[in-house]
Design a binder for this molecule. Structure first.
Ligand code: IMP
Length: 452
């Protein structure tokens, strides 16, 4: 007799009015211009949610002539009445978060809609010190990136890796809710400082490992953050059930994803759409629109392979025209031609339903434009991406050369009005990646956007 398995209790159906949620994520190595796409989309959403990363991300949004630099708080906060949610998958540095809260409040922005998941992990002072300690130690080792994978990672030194490492390791991790539990907090911090004490001596900030100081700081931050701490997973479920529109804002970029990126030269979280389910508790099928943001060329900050990297006048011109200097660290970004093998791979991983192509204006004035359509390694050619850092460092780009466009395009508002070669460039990207371009950005202002 076959056993009858009782069918699970059916979930409450989603309200008929429920709109599918939208996700925005990067298809390259971060800094794709996601901030602008999120800013444009935030208008038509009720909540904007971060689900991965921490204060390593950063974007500037210009509203009414005022520039806001945000690292942790979703930019939806700048629209009155919007909820800005920091999900459980984010690692939160209370110092950085409270600084953003204070800066926004001082400039008249209402931060009442800000919520922090009670399960978000906290970046402690010793995580930042550990990040710097490891980077400096690796720099001293001066082993080659290609040889051992032990070279400096070029992190943002925001404590991201060590905080995620403690999360997964578990015994000394601190979550937002723990900031209000003095006993739990002190016990874990004391143990963490004990376990990490070998780093204190070599650290530029040994006080970061002083338990009394760390505990006092964390409790003080906890008192201020307490009103913002919620079970954001249930909050998001309620929002979606009541037909509210939710926008997920991915930080960093797919090629920096801890699983799918150029490991070990990656960040420590799931930067793509897959991170939403774990980092916010919202299942994939609730996200209907998946917008992958890509630059019209490639950039990368930090160490790690980048097949199309340039070191010539072209790189210099792109870096200056595109203001390619890091928002978080100010480092000059590495620059190269568009790597479509990498973008197509990232679009595949994320299930991108649309592309947002940014910084097209930066490419004006070149006689010709190159795009990488395959890699050559060991005498063979392949159009598959190679996420292994060592293998990728040996891959040579195979280029297709496309005609460039002489005229500036910053004033263009319709795709049909772009110069022919610029249209051809966009068409080529769409054909190669197999995903339509929904948005083309031709300048930093909100209006410098082509949507039709
Ligand atoms: P971490 O995330 O600070 O540990 O840095 C790991 C790597 O990711 C480094 O190469 C960083 O430069 C890079 N990275 C982290 N966040 C971003 C970002 O938002 N944009 C660009 N690169 C990033």
């Amino acid at each position: 007799m076959p056993q009858t398995v009782p069918s699970p209790r059916p979930a409450r159906p989603l309200s008929a009015a429920t709109q599918p949620a939208t996700a925005v994520f990067g298809l390259q190595w971060g800094d794709e211009g996601k901030g602008k796409a999120v800013d444009l989309l935030a208008r038509e959403h009720d909540a904007v949610v971060r689900y991965n990363g921490g204060a390593n991300a950063g974007h500037s949004v210009v509203v009414g002539g005022t520039r806001y630099s945000l690292h942790l708080i979703p930019s939806g906060i700048l629209y009155p009445g919007r909820k800005a949610i920091i999900g459980n998958g984010v690692v939160v540095d209370p110092e950085a978060l409270l600084k953003e809260v204070d800066d926004l409040t001082a400039r008249g922005v209402d931060v009442g809609g800000l919520m922090l998941s009670s399960r978000a992990h906290i970046v402690m002072p010793y995580h930042k010190a550990e990040d710097a300690f490891r980077e400096e130690r690796l720099a001293r080792e001066s082993r080659s990136a290609a040889g051992t994978g032990l070279a400096q990672l070029g992190t943002t030194r925001r404590g991201i890796g060590p905080a995620y490492a403690d999360k997964v390791q578990r015994s000394v991790a601190i979550r937002a809710a723990d900031l209000r539990k003095p006993d739990v907090l002190s016990e874990r911090v004391r143990l963490a400082c004990e376990l990490k004490r070998h780093m204190a001596a070599g650290s530029a900030t040994p006080e970061a490992f002083n338990p009394d100081q760390v505990i006092a700081g964390a409790l003080a931050a906890g008192r201020r953050l307490a009103p913002m701490i919620h079970d954001t997973t249930y909050e998001l479920d309620e929002l979606l059930r009541s037909g509210r529109r939710v926008l997920f804002e991915g930080a960093n970029g797919t090629l920096l994803d801890v699983d799918h990126g150029t490991y070990p030269y990656v960040t420590s979280s799931s930067c793509g759409s897959a991170g939403i389910a774990s980092g916010a508790g919202v299942p994939a099928q609730r996200v209907g629109r998946l917008l992958g943001v890509m630059k019209a060329y490639s950039t990368r900050v930090g160490t790690g392979p980048m097949p199309t990297e340039l070191h010539d006048d072209t790189a210099h011109r792109i870096r200056e025209r595109g203001r390619e200097y890091g928002t978080t660290t100010g480092r000059p970004r590495r620059v190269g031609w568009l790597d479509l093998v990498a973008v197509r791979y990232a679009a595949m991983i994320n299930g991108a339903t649309g592309l947002a192509i940014t910084l097209l204006d930066v490419l004006a004035g070149f006689e010709e434009l190159k795009v990488c359509t395959a890699y050559r390694a060991g005498g063979a050619e392949s159009d598959r991406f190679t996420p292994d850092a060592l293998d990728l460092s040996r891959a040579e780009p195979v280029y297709r050369t496309l005609p460039g466009f002489r005229d500036e395009v910053g004033h263009v508002r319709r795709r049909a009005d772009l110069p022919g070669p610029a249209r051809g460039y966009i068409d080529f990207i769409e054909d190669f990646v197999g995903v339509p371009a929904e948005l083309i950005s031709v300048g930093p202002d909100r209006e410098q956007t082509i949507l039709e």
